[in-house]
Ligand binder design. Structure first.
Ligand code: PLP
Length: 386
């Protein structure tokens, strides 16, 4: 199998399984229990939190474990917006980019539907970069409670200049959140460099299990918790902590941090060669997203006059797994909001395919995949012309 769907999910790394195993078996204690078994779990949890904080360049108290990227996005968007609105009822607007993941879009829509907020979407250019002029114009409104712009897009891989955008929000005293789910393991998430007040990460995109995520929320940024109960995570997210998965998250993030310098340029070069091969072999193929400001791991195209879903199935018959969009939008007939925002609408948007690579991808795999894509495009065109 050639797995080119790493943006959807990644396998749990062996070292990560080994690191978390004791916390699922012998050391199964509840970190809130006042006996030795519980205290051991509490120490492991605190240690994982501290290790993640070191990677993000922040304090351990600013790390909140969640059930994944979606929950981290929800906690941050709803939690910060509601807390700021509570403190100052005049704050009723949220600014997000037009290409956010549904976890951000729907959290913002919820605030619009039930809490009287207005959501402003900043347009992006044809390559997926946030329109700076439009962004600044939206920030002029003094009712903006929060800004959220993703670091790297999950469908086309475009990477935003978060440091620059954060500075623009901070000039107006507005807190800035960035969904870093796709950026994690490819780009540094040092919060001092990015300047963000909050960011979200998901375990299963970085070699940890599904069902764990991290919300970084700066200690200067107040937020309302969404889940109430026993007051775990310093009251920010109640519920017995998933110690084993927190240990897994710390291990996976540490491994990515240590290894990134080694694989970043290797995968970037392989991605570029793959893109070139696809574009050379397929005159109808169009690269989507930014040509250079993109994740090393994502190559996304529209294959004009083909069907993304049919191509996906043809490739799967050859044991090559890719995606016709984001995993969440896959199978939906609705045109992708991301591609629509990039100006790719109607039938062309239905021809999209995303290939997303892991750090282990090989040149041989990508060569085979590129040739199979071209062969599948020819086969489908012949069928259509019959
Ligand atoms: N944000 C982005 C950019 C994503 O790509 C995803 C998952 O695909 C999420 C958020 C949601 O993360 P999770 O699957 O952990 O809920």
């Amino acid at each position: 199998m050639i797995y080119l769907d790493a943006a959807a999910t990644t396998p749990v790394r062996r070292e990560v399984i080994e690191a978390m195993f004791p916390w699922l078996t012998n050391n199964f204690g509840n970190p809130s229990s006042h006996h030795e078994l519980g205290e051991r779990a509490a120490v492991a949890l605190a240690d994982s939190r501290q290790r993640i904080a070191s990677i993000l360049g922040c304090h351990a108290e600013e790390i909140f474990f969640t059930s994944g990227g979606t929950e981290a996005d929800n906690l941050i968007i709803k939690g910060i917006a509601l807390a700021r609105h509570q403190a100052d009822p005049h704050l009723t607007r949220i600014v997000i980019s037009a290409i956010e993941h549904p976890a951000v879009m729907e959290a913002a829509r919820y605030l619009e539907r039930l809490h009287g907020f207005t959501v402003d979407k900043v347009p992006v250019d044809a390559q997926g970069l946030v329109d700076r002029t439009a962004f600044e114009a939206l920030l002029e409104n003094d009712a903006v409670a929060l800004v959220s712009v993703m670091y790297a897009n999950n469908e086309v891989g475009t990477v935003q200049d978060i440091t620059e955008l954060t500075a623009l929000a901070h000039e107006r005293g507005i807190p800035f959140h960035s969904d870093c789910v796709q950026a994690a393991s490819w780009l540094s998430l040092d919060t001092r460099m990015l300047g963000v007040d909050a960011l979200s990460i998901s375990g299963h995109k970085v070699g940890a299990p599904k069902g764990i995520g991290v919300a970084y929320i700066s200690s200067n940024t107040a937020f309302e918790p969404l889940i109430h109960g026993g007051g775990q995570e310093r009251g920010g997210r109640s519920g017995t902590e998933n110690v084993a998965f927190a240990v897994a998250m710390a291990k996976a993030m540490e491994m990515a941090e240590q290894e990134r310098a080694g694989y970043y340029w290797r995968v970037s070069a392989l991605r570029d060669a793959f893109i070139e091969r696809i574009l050379c072999q397929n005159p109808n193929a169009i690269l989507t997203g930014h040509p250079s400001k993109r994740l090393p791991s994502i190559a996304s195209f529209c294959f004009a006059q083909s069907s993304g879903e049919s191509l996906l199935l043809e490739l799967e018959r050859k044991n090559i797994l890719s995606s016709s969009g984001s995993a969440c939008a896959a199978g939906s007939d609705e045109p992708s909001e991301v591609l629509t925002a990039l100006g790719i609408a109607g039938p062309l948007a239905q021809t999209a395919l995303r290939f997303s690579m892991s750090a282990e991808v090989s040149e041989a795999e990508l060569d085979v995949a590129a040739d199979e894509v071209s062969a599948a495009v020819v086969r489908l065109n012949q069928l259509a012309n019959r």
